[in-house]
Ligand binder design. Structure first.
Ligand SMILES: [Zn+2]
Ligand SMILES: [Zn+2]
Length: 83
């Protein structure tokens, strides 16, 4: 008699990795992120959900796709202070 273990194929990695991204720190479950140009300097890990960003929330998918360089609001604030 063999016992089939079903949870062996689960990957615990993905949950942890998402915690450093976005303003929500992974609370909002979506695989769709927009890249912040500040990259490593971005306090949100360089990736944000459009749904979690005040700047992106009201944009259409097309408008988001056409963004060339985008900084999230955390980085815009930071850069403003530096200048
Ligand atoms: Zn988010
Ligand atoms: Zn940023």
């Amino acid at each position: 008699m063999f016992e089939v273990k079903t949870d062996e194929n689960q990957e615990p990695v993905s949950e942890d990795a998402s915690e450093k991204y976005c303003l929500c720190k992974g609370k909002f479950k979506s695989g769709y992120y927009v890249a912040c140009e500040a990259d490593e300097d971005c306090p949100n890990g360089g990736w944000l959900h459009p749904e979690c960003s005040n700047d992106l929330r009201d944009l259409t998918q097309e408008q988001i796709d056409s963004l060339e360089k985008w900084y999230c609001e955390s980085c815009v604030e930071r850069i403003d202070k530096e200048n």
